[in-house]
Design a protein around this ligand. Structure first.
Ligand SMILES: [Mg+2]
Length: 215
């Protein structure tokens, strides 16, 4: 578990949702697949061609910026505005079909919610993020969902992170971001003096929450 932590106590913990608050590589990949299929329809091109175009664009952006962009920002470079990505995601992504209540994490999340302010930051629209929390059984514990339509910018842009910090009312130095992609989820917070924990498995997430409860 890669991490960069300031000394505690912390005032806020921000979570990414997909492949962070749950781990399901098939569902995460399915979300990408349906969006690229929708992009292929939109452009009137075959799916393999669309896949290749997205991959090439992502590689070029990675080389230019020195970090891997989100799918949303890759789509922007391909002429699909964030507002269209929001519409497509709302139309296509259905968390209740894939996610279920996580009883093993419910008690630790309750304890964490009693200690610090919690928020999630997702590159899905707010209502898709909220539906994911509902399905996982954490919705009542996490009052703030910052989504793609909160600031119309996609992580790792700073705007959604700032919106989350404003909502929880904590300075970045006293905030921990937990996510599964260093470049997209964690680098913006860590580079500004906050803390980051990279989770690569459900076990990592359990350990991260335990560690935060002891901080
Ligand atoms: Mg993620």
């Amino acid at each position: 578990m890669k991490r960069q932590l300031n000394p505690g106590p912390y005032r806020a913990v921000l979570f990414d949702i997909d492949n962070t608050l749950y781990r399901d590589d098939r569902y995460a990949q399915w979300q990408i697949d349906v969006l690229i299929r929708r992009f292929a329809d939109h452009r009137g091109m075959a799916e393999p061609e669309a896949l290749r175009l997205v991959a090439e664009t992502r590689s070029r952006l990675t080389a230019n910026a020195g970090r891997r962009p989100s799918l949303g920002n890759t789509m922007v470079a391909l002429g699909v505005p964030i507002s269209t990505s929001v519409d497509w995601r709302r139309e296509l992504i259905t968390p209740h079909r894939f996610l279920q209540r996580d009883e093993t994490l419910r008690a630790p999340m309750e304890r964490l919610a009693a200690h610090v302010r919690l928020a999630v930051l997702t590159n899905n629209p707010e209502d898709v993020g909220r539906a994911s929390l509902d399905a996982l059984g954490f919705s009542d514990l996490i009052p703030t969902v910052v989504g793609l339509d909160t600031t119309w910018a996609s992580k790792p842009d700073w705007a959604p992170f700032q919106a989350a910090l404003d909502a929880v009312g904590a300075p970045v130095e006293a905030t921990v971001m937990v996510g599964d992609r260093w470049d997209v989820d964690l680098a913006p917070i860590v580079e500004r003096g906050g803390s980051g924990i990279l989770v690569e498995s459900h076990e990592d997430l359990r350990e991260a929450i335990t560690m935060l409860l002891e901080a």
